[in-house]
Write a protein that binds this ligand. Structure first.
Ligand code: FES
Length: 122
């Protein structure tokens, strides 16, 4: 992964993220989940808001990701937690295609004030 601008990372060629797949990446040290939802690229924080489990080990289905630990579902477009035990949403980032590569841009407010759960650990 090669970052060109602060908060922006080139993730992988689009051929490596076909529709119906997702992968975990780091963008400036922040764990992000990027997914190809039937041709629409989505990016959200990848640490579950319930108990800090990596959502990259979960399941992608119909525009949602299901946490592998306790089964909360999150909407990949809005970050909303759709089912308990998670209630807090995931931060949503911008995913886009440029020159055949998937890119992720961390929202500016998240770069400035937000910290991932992983970076908050002692
Ligand atoms: S850690 Fe994700 S639902 Fe519990």
């Amino acid at each position: 992964m090669t970052g060109r601008t602060a908060g922006v990372a080139r993730v992988c060629p689009i051929e490596e993220l076909p529709p119906g797949t997702m992968r975990g990446v780091l963008v400036d040290g922040r764990p992000v989940l990027v997914a190809n939802v039937e041709g629409t690229l989505r990016a959200v924080d990848r640490i579950c808001t319930h108990a800090e489990v990596d959502l990259a080990g979960g399941w992608l289905r119909a525009g949602t990701v299901t946490c592998p630990a306790h089964g909360s579902e999150f909407d990949l477009a809005t970050g909303e937690a759709l089912s308990p035990p998670a209630y807090d949403p995931l931060a949503v980032h911008r995913a886009f295609l440029q020159d055949g590569w998937v890119h992720v841009e961390i929202r500016s407010e998240e770069r400035e004030g937000g910290k991932s759960l992983w970076t908050q650990r002692p």
